[in-house]
Design a binder for this molecule. Sequence first.
Ligand code: DHB
Ligand code: MG
Length: 219
Amino acid sequence: MEETWRAVDVYFEEKLATTDETMEHILKKNEEAEMPSIEVSRAHGKMLHLMAKMAKATTILEIGTHGGFSTVWLARALPEEGRMATLEVNPEHAEMARENIESAGISAEVEVIEGEALSTLPSILEKGYPRFDFIFIDADKENNSEYLDWALKLSKKGATIIVDNVVRRGKIIEDTDEKAVPQIRDMFDQLSKDDRIETTAIQTVGQKGYDGFLMGVVK
Ligand code: DHB
Ligand code: MG
């Protein structure tokens, strides 16, 4: 089955331009640097791009840059004068992301903020960013509840919030200690009581296996 999921993603690449030279260059660079290949898939990257366009986002925040693959997809959705901040804890990944962002020709719009997100989030508005229209959470899953809380504090009314990797091959419904699953479940518990955002979650299959994402609109 996984083979079919991959093949269908490749079919979409051919038919729907879910990749291009710039994105392939970034994936190659990340692979050469032996970074874990945990970027969003090509189709998922383009989906984020289209969602940011649908939201008419002029300010985007990403928590968890990795090598900048999703960063570039998202930043490409910005209009002129748009701005994006992306937060990365690993200095080597942040450096790689800066290079990839430069090679994609969008370094004027995007700032890579290095450091633990829970340390850099509290002062981000002081850096001159307005509240954000679109926030993508894709960092260490253990802190998802706190990232979501920050996202709600830092977003405009009507903003879109997306959280990656909330299904984890279905582990999300299991009472297991497996990596970050209890914390992702805590986030869902928090959401079930949170009246600041309207949410749904979608399961996905493809080149990255079986996972899913949460999406919400801030009330
Ligand atoms: C992991 C993290 C991700 O953001 C992802 O999309 C897939 C896997 C991980 O840490 O294993
Ligand atoms: Mg992810």
